[in-house]
Design a protein around this ligand. Structure first.
Ligand code: GUN
Ligand code: ZN
Length: 448
């Protein structure tokens, strides 16, 4: 008998844009049933009445989440697992924060046993927060990526990750070379990329300041040598960083152009932050089908600046959300959505604004965390919606998870209202269940 899941079903078919009532861009079944294939894909969806009669479902065939909202698992497009232990580290902005907190934390990941322990903690935090897919940085050590991939494979979780490439401007014990970065990344790619579990590889030069030209050339060779290869890095996060990049690469036209000069801007390349990008840089990203991971909790925490969502939308750049652990302050994409909204609010009312700015609607925000991210990662044939044929990665949101949510939800009328209330007030407490390839995930992680 097919397994069936009942609840309110909600997912996108297309980008809702800035429309406050984007009917046609999403599907919603107030009382719906999702039927799974034996191998954990979505077989069918529809209203409960239709599906019960189509499949002759008896109550015992149905896992009942009535009254809850079932959505595709969230997709976090920028995060660093070795930085789990430095979340909420006080007092510095980007460059000092890297020196004081990030590099010492990452230095521990030469030890595979330690990397495995933190991988398990990190992946269970993602899942506890409703994130079923993430694009993840390791440390410079090859074993950091191996440990992460092995743990994700055990969970049958769809992740993309890579070992950082970093051959200058960091402590000596954290440096690789263009040659070792190339050979270690290549070995990881050949073992893991679209080969084992649901793992894909991302070539991961940390940022232009910590890679020599020779190393960026090595990244270019890897990015172009393999089918469907990803590339992840940082761009234009902090003004001091931008000035530094100008000194290091005086002949490049801009920060993003450093990457472009090495052929690293293209499909499946995801650039974190992009806070201070010029219009030309946004256009380059859009033309090359690259994406920006907007990481609001990190941008606020490090005091990096306010991402120009309006301009990114006008220029039609692919936009996704990232938690950016450990500069980001939450594993929850719901909390990340709330901070994204506030970042846009801070820029939407300026007296100097001569025109109305693009609003960040609750629909757009949920889109960016699901189908929008799947599209940016070229994975929309696999994840990001609840359509038949997709992998059964979905989560159950409890709109009554806390007294305040329950109280506020009773005053909400529209779907937009309910989504907005969830993104502003909910967190991990509202994630009632998480399904990976149709199987309910049980948290067995007890970190001590
Ligand atoms: N830029 C280069 N490395 C990092 C990092 O680890 N975190 C953040 N937020 N920005 C970076
Ligand atoms: Zn980052």
């Amino acid at each position: 008998m097919a397994r069936a899941i009942r609840g309110s079903l909600f997912f996108f078919l297309d980008d809702p844009g800035a429309d406050h009532n984007p009917v046609g861009s999403y599907q919603y079944f107030e009382d719906g049933i999702l039927v799974l294939t034996d191998d954990g894909h979505i077989a069918d969806i529809g209203s409960a009445t239709n599906m019960q009669s189509r499949y002759g479902l008896a109550n015992r065939d149905i896992i009942d989440h009535s009254g809850k909202l079932i959505v595709p698992g969230f997709i976090d497009t920028h995060t660093h697992y070795p930085q789990s232990e430095i979340i909420a580290a006080y007092g510095h902005q980007l460059i000092q924060w890297l020196d004081k907190y990030a590099f010492p934390a990452e230095a521990k990941f030469y030890d595979k046993h330690y990397a495995r322990t933190i991988s398990r903690f990190f992946l269970s935090e993602l899942l506890r927060n409703g994130t079923t897919t993430a694009l993840i940085f390791g440390s410079v050590h090859k074993v950091s990526a191996e440990a992460l991939f092995e743990e994700a494979e055990k969970l049958n979780m769809r992740i993309i990750g890579g070992k950082i490439m970093m051959d200058r401007n960091a402590p000596q014990h954290l440096l690789d070379t263009p040659e070792t970065a190339y050979s270690d990344s290549k070995a990881l790619i050949e073992t893991w990329h679209n080969k084992r579990g649901r793992i894909s590889y991302a070539v991961t030069p940390r940022f232009a300041a910590t890679s020599s030209s020779e190393q960026l050339q090595a990244a270019q060779r890897l990015y172009h040598a393999y089918d469907d290869m990803y590339l992840q890095t940082h761009v234009s996060e902090n003004q001091h960083e931008i000035a530094w990049i100008k000194q290091l690469f005086p002949s490049s036209k801009s920060y993003l152009n450093v990457y472009n000069d090495f052929g690293l801007v293209g499909p499946r390349s995801i650039f974190a932050h992009g806070i201070h990008l010029t219009d030309d840089e946004f256009k380059l990203l859009a033309d090359k089908n690259a994406a920006i991971a907007f990481c609001p909790t990190s941008n606020l925490f490090l005091g990096s600046g306010l991402f120009n969502f309006d301009q990114a939308c006008l220029i039609n750049v692919r936009l996704t959300l990232g938690t950016d652990i450990g500069a980001g302050t939450s594993f929850s994409l719901l909390k990340t959505m709330a901070e994204a909204y506030k970042v846009v609010q801070l820029q939407s009312n300026s007296a100097s604004a001569s025109k109305k700015k693009t609003p960040l609607t609750p629909f757009k925000t949920f889109y960016m965390a699901t189908l929008g991210a799947a599209r940016a990662l070229y994975l929309e044939d696999k994840i990001g919606t609840l359509q038949p044929g997709k992998e059964g990665d979905f989560i159950v949101l409890n709109p009554d998870a806390t007294p305040l949510l329950n109280f506020r939800m009773r005053k909400t009328l529209s779907l937009a209202d309910r989504l907005f209330t969830l993104m502003m007030l909910a967190d991990d407490r509202a994630i009632d269940a998480v399904y990976l390839m149709g199987k309910r995930w049980q948290n067995s992680e007890a970190y001590s």
